[in-house]
Design a binder for this molecule. Structure first.
Ligand SMILES: [Zn+2]
Ligand SMILES: [Zn+2]
Length: 507
């Protein structure tokens, strides 16, 4: 029995692809690029090649507490940190050929801030957010309420070291006061508990909505397991306003000095982006022919799988949450986690000064942390690029170019072997394209299939080169030219420069 499976992209007119906004507290390293950024760029390029209207968006995550934290460490203001990395991040993306259509800069966009405050107020008016007096951590020596970047301790869920509000290791959230052995990240002293009145989002009230949602959204096994565990254990209430001087003010009487939680701001941000791009956010987010797809690393999974879709539902049940997630695990450097704060990183900008963007994109795809943590190693990078791209890909291409310089292959006479070979190349090309679709997304598989195309083309070439010097040789070489064209088209989303150059040469 043949079952025809319709893929997600088959029935949509336009897609909004959003990738987790980088925090402007450091430049982008290969760990960042290998994960969500390259994936969403490849996906967007694939969609465009299929004639689907595609909008690829991100921005800088200006209001994260990690921005002022970095400033304190460097003796700069939060704004200086933001201005510095807010400039360098888009440049690195551009150099990596990660082509976003719209880069939102929240700090510099007053209309966005007003929109976020309106989003928050409507949630309050609808009763979706509850005002409650609750405990918070306070550092007496720093005279500071602690959350997110400001506080560290042991994760209440998995026991690993975590910062306030979220654990990178297990993906669960915390409320700071439940961190074990919490310490102020500025002075390392143990904070005290104080109470104040702020807003909470009782997330567990949306558990049934989320359960339905999870059964429809396309996500990988790791996210599936995480969402199952979260439903089983029940969701905590999430504090969504904090006493802080960095962020968008709540703007409601009685809550002076409080800012809106960055992750709630993010939910509003997607509606704002749609408003900017399409004139009204409803025209995109309520349209069944529109699709929203999100790319992010596993450490942010709680927010993207549960928190934001639940906020959307609370805000307006007609909002269509993301239909697919493109997520990744951690990429490691010499078997240790990439770390901006410890400077254990290969910076995208430095790397791209030495290495063509295509080589980097190819290797990051080849070694992408899709189902497990993978490792970047400089020697491995060089060995893989030399073996695959230089010896195999370029070797075959150069031999073909030499043949094409002396022969005039015609498409008129197609020997049976060539017809079969070209059909096989088409088959492999379709297999590569399947790796670019959201439900079966895998850049590791895509690069291996591209290598297979080169391998089979080279085998075909070697067999029919025995006809060298005879008139029908050219009829076989035409098959190689077909293969190179198929390879250039199939590789385009991963290696746009190679593709463009090769297709231009073949014309
Ligand atoms: Zn944890
Ligand atoms: Zn302190």
């Amino acid at each position: 029995v043949t079952v025809r499976v319709e893929h997600l992209e088959a029935n949509v007119d336009r897609v909004l692809v959003a990738v987790a906004p980088p925090t402007p507290n450091g430049d982008l390293h290969l760990g960042h690029l290998s994960g969500p950024y390259l994936a969403t760029d490849v996906y967007s390029r694939y969609l465009r090649s299929q004639g689907i209207q595609t909008y690829f968006v991100t921005g800088s995550d200006d209001h994260q507490s990690y921005v002022p934290m970095k400033g304190l460490k460097q003796g700069r203001t939060a704004l200086e940190v933001l201005e510095h990395y807010g400039q360098s991040i888009p440049k690195t993306l551009e150099n990596a050929r990660i082509q976003v259509d719209h880069f939102l800069r929240p700090y510099h966009t007053p209309a966005y801030q007003t929109f976020v405050q309106g989003f928050f107020k409507r949630l309050v008016d609808k009763g979706a957010l509850e005002s409650r007096t609750g405990p918070a951590l306070f550092c007496e020596s720093c005279n500071l309420y602690l959350y997110e970047a400001h506080v560290g301790g042991s994760c209440p869920s998995c026991g690993e070291g975590a910062n306030g509000n979220g654990c990178e290791k297990c993906g669960f959230v915390n409320d700071c006061i439940d961190l074990k052995d919490s310490k102020c990240n500025h002075c390392q002293k143990t904070p005290i508990t104080k109470t104040y009145t702020r807003f909470y989002f009782p997330l567990n009230q949306h558990a049934n909505t989320l359960k339905d949602y999870f059964s429809q959204v396309s996500m990988n096994g790791h996210l599936h397991a995480l969402t199952k565990n979260m439903l089983r254990d029940g969701y905590p209430d999430i504090s969504v306003s904090h006493v802080a001087d960095w962020g968008i003010p709540v703007g409601l009487p009685g809550y002076e000095g409080q800012v809106i939680y960055e992750w709630l701001e993010m939910a509003a941000g997607y509606l704002y982006l749609a408003q900017t791009l399409f004139g009204s956010w409803e025209s995109f987010f309520k349209d069944p022919r529109s699709m929203f797809v999100l790319g992010y690393g596993f450490d942010n999974a709680f927010f993207y799988t549960s928190f934001i879709p639940a906020l959307f539902h609370a805000y307006d049940p007609e909002i269509r949450s993301p239909r697919a997630f493109l997520s990744n695990e951690f990429y490691q450097l010499e078997n240790l986690k990439f770390s901006t704060s410890r400077n254990h990183a290969v910076w995208g900008d430095d790397f791209l000064k030495e290495v063509p963007a295509d080589d980097m994109r190819y290797y990051l795809s080849y070694s992408r942390p899709e189902t497990e943590q993978t490792n970047f190693d400089r020697k491995e990078f060089q060995a893989t690029v030399d073996r695959e791209l230089k010896t195999n890909w370029k070797g075959w291409q150069d031999r073909l170019k030499a043949k094409l310089a002396e022969l005039r292959p015609s498409d008129a006479k197609a020997p049976a072997a060539r017809v079969k070979f070209e059909a096989r190349m088409d088959e492999l090309k379709s297999a590569v394209e399947q790796c670019y679709r959201a439900e079966t997304f895998s850049l590791r598989s895509a690069t291996r299939l591209l290598n297979q195309m080169v391998f089979e083309a080279d085998q075909y070439a070697k067999t029919w080169d025995f006809l060298k010097g005879q008139p029908e040789w050219a009829d076989y070489v035409a098959g190689e030219r077909f293969a190179l064209c198929a390879l250039a088209e199939a590789a385009a989303p991963v290696m746009p420069d190679f593709s463009k150059r090769t297709l231009a040469e073949l014309k």
